[in-house]
Ligand binder design. Structure first.
Ligand code: SIN
Length: 270
């Protein structure tokens, strides 16, 4: 596919872009993949509309970026733990990803990317928001950056009871990561704490840790760092967990929303 047929339409100046002219049901040639990859590095989250991918095509697209990650506890579909189920209906007591987070940041090597394919959408709502963690880091004062830069934070998950009767794939992970991580491709610093997984700043007393984390969790919600995406059936989002956080809005009760997430393994943050 000639890359001249592909257009990239930014959603905001800060984060997110829609890719037009790509068919994800077909294998991507190297030139097209490289074009998409470069746009992804620039915009952090890419959106594709009208992509009726099969689960196998979804897995193939994910494998172009690296080995696939298996969620510690979430249910999956088609008997394949690489196909994480995203599903909320009137009987759900929680919605996957309804608090700001970077996927499974409690893993020793958290996932670098996620690719979500939404199949069923409510009549209204069910949008997802992403926030740019380079912008969040750059938006801190030099004094606050100097305080945070040498510090690390404990990330931990506790999935007990979250997925009903589904037996977890492995133990709930925990890991210590730098608060400011360096993106291995762009070399830029990104804020790497989130309200779903980060428990405390290791080097500080708990009261100071709580106060600073509360400030940072508010900071990542700054609308100037964000985009908001309205899904269509068969929309796809590809995001970089190393430099973004996201949050799924559950405003469509009692309707249902469902899809599949393929997640790509990452490396140890530094
Ligand atoms: C997730 O956190 O991966 C779920 C996002 C969504 O459902 O929009």
């Amino acid at each position: 596919m000639p890359t001249s047929a592909i257009t990239i339409e930014p959603l905001t100046p800060t984060i997110g872009a829609t890719v037009h002219g790509v068919d994800l049901t077909e294998p991507l040639d190297e030139e097209t993949f490289r074009f998409i990859y470069d746009a992804w590095m620039e915009h952090l989250v890419l959106f594709f509309h009208d992509q009726p991918m099969t689960p196998d095509q979804h897995l193939d697209f994910g494998r172009r970026f690296g080995d696939l990650h298996i969620h510690p506890a979430a249910p999956y579909v088609h008997g394949n733990p690489e196909l994480m189920r995203i599903y909320t209906d009137k009987d759900s007591f929680r919605n996957n990803g309804e608090r700001w987070h970077s996927d499974v940041s409690a893993d020793e090597e958290p996932p670098m990317a996620s690719i979500l394919h939404i199949h069923q959408i409510p009549t209204k709502g069910g949008d997802t928001c992403w926030s740019n963690m380079y912008a969040a880091w750059d938006g801190l004062s030099p004094q606050m950056q100097a305080l945070l830069e040498p510090l690390t934070a404990l990330h931990a998950s506790d999935y007990s009871g979250q997925y009903g009767d589904h037996k977890p794939q492995r133990e709930s992970p925990r890991a210590v990561h730098p608060i400011a991580r360096t993106h291995p491709v762009t070399g830029r610093k990104a804020l790497f704490v989130n309200s779903s997984f980060t428990r405390r700043i290791v080097e500080l007393p708990v009261e100071e840790s709580d106060a600073i984390l509360a400030f940072l969790y508010e900071h990542v919600k700054n609308v100037n760092f964000q985009c908001r995406f309205q899904w269509g059936a068969n929309s796809v989002a590809l995001w970089d967990n190393r430099c973004t956080q996201h949050m799924a809005i559950w405003d469509y009760y009692p309707e249902s929303r469902s899809g599949i997430r393929v997640t790509i393994k990452g490396d140890k943050p530094f």
